[in-house]
Design a protein around this ligand. Structure first.
Ligand code: SF4
Ligand code: SF4
Length: 357
């Protein structure tokens, strides 16, 4: 996929225009072939989903709203038969990240070559531990093979472990392992949905005592280690700011950020329903968004969400900390020495780096 001059310019303009929802996570399917212990998605699968044309229409709307980055997740988004078409269409306009649990990437490599980043989830270097978390035997082997294959084939792939009490003490080793192979890492933080099922869009994180981080001191140490490692290796895709914020949270229990749900970011589900995050009720259909984005009702909700401290999902923290013009520039500054990395992850890809097919 060619990153055209038009796309690069368009994204640059959108990322520097204030008061836009920069990031959207679109859970395009609720089907999943894994049974992860800390996840509620597979427990509530739904065969209903938007059609290809509806998704494309939704993407057009997001482009008009000024969104610059789309994360396609699920369920497993690669289970959709039309995933090739969706990724190709999304990547024309957006920095497009696609999630996979490692089971499908190898066979969808052509489709994934159009994405800006493929995030593959591997939680441990120990196959048994990883497969226990995923609830599927052989998951580790498949995911490792997928990362290797994508990397060798020139598809930009990252490993995305979910940090929990279960793997807390091995995250540094896991990070070093992939850094040595030149593979970037992005992290998730185990979190679970604490709200009442009827008052949220759908459930993702399921409470599991094995995963709840209890050793806060080790979490602080891990953040320090990652900050230190990041100084030497920009393939750690987390920003220092987010690592500092998570460290501070573990240390003091206090947040250094306000949630920016429905401002900097929002989510869309498999039926096209929009919510600030998955822990709150849907507030619109994606097709009605242009009418309601600047409404008083949305402004009221933004205020409510900005005071919310209900979750610690790392992607939402990231979007809250960085999803603004100022935040975009901060990331740019931090990654200046490795502009390639920033631009690939955050969209301002220089034309000299344009990948030709
Ligand atoms: S965490 Fe992802 S891969 Fe695992 S069951 Fe949930 S949706 Fe599927
Ligand atoms: S803190 Fe933000 S992302 Fe988390 S539940 Fe509250 S509104 Fe949603």
């Amino acid at each position: 996929m060619v990153m055209t001059l038009e796309k690069a310019t368009n994204i640059l303009v959108r990322s520097l225009t204030p008061n836009r929802p920069y990031h959207v996570q679109w859970m395009i399917t609720r089907k999943c072939n894994y049974r992860c212990k800390g996840c509620g998605v597979w427990r509530g699968q739904d065969v209903e989903e938007l059609s290809t044309e509806e998704i494309k229409r939704g993407l057009d709307i997001l482009k008009e709203l000024g969104v610059i980055e789309i994360v396609l997740s699920g369920g497993n988004p690669l289970l959709r038969e039309d995933i090739d078409e969706i990724i190709e269409y999304a990547s024309r306009f957006f920095i497009t990240t696609v999630y996979d649990n490692g089971s499908m990437a190898t066979e969808k490599i052509d489709a994934l070559s159009n994405a800006n980043l493929v995030a593959i989830s591997i939680d441990s270097l120990d196959p048994r531990k990883n497969d226990y978390i995923k609830g599927v035997k052989g998951a580790w082997k498949k995911a490792m093979q997928a990362v290797e294959k994508l990397h060798v084939d020139g598809v930009r792939v990252s490993v995305t472990p979910t940090i929990s009490q279960f793997n807390l003490y091995e995250i540094v080793d896991l990070t070093n392992y992939f850094l040595q192979k030149g593979i970037p890492l992005w992290y998730c933080l185990y979190s679970y949905d604490s709200s009442d099922e009827t008052s949220q869009l759908f459930r993702i994180g399921k409470k599991n005592d094995e995963f709840v981080i209890t050793d806060r001191r080790a979490m602080v140490k891990l953040c320090d280690s990652l900050i230190e490692m990041k100084r030497k290796n920009s393939n750690i895709l987390m920003t220092t700011k987010i690592l500092e914020s998570v460290k501070n949270l573990a240390l003091t229990g206090r947040r250094t950020w306000k949630c920016r749900a429905l401002q900097n970011f929002f989510i869309v589900d498999h039926l096209g329903r929009v919510a600030g995050c998955h822990l709150h009720n849907p507030v619109a259909s994606i097709f009605d968004l242009p009418k309601v984005w600047n409404s008083e009702e949305f402004n009221v909700l933004r205020k409510v969400y900005s005071e919310c401290t209900q979750c610690t999902y790392l992607c939402y923290i990231f979007y809250s900390l960085h999803g603004s013009v100022h935040g975009n520039l901060q990331i740019a500054k931090e990654h200046w020495k490795s502009a390639k990395l920033f631009l690939k992850r955050n969209s301002l890809k220089p034309l000299s780096l344009v990948k030709q097919q």
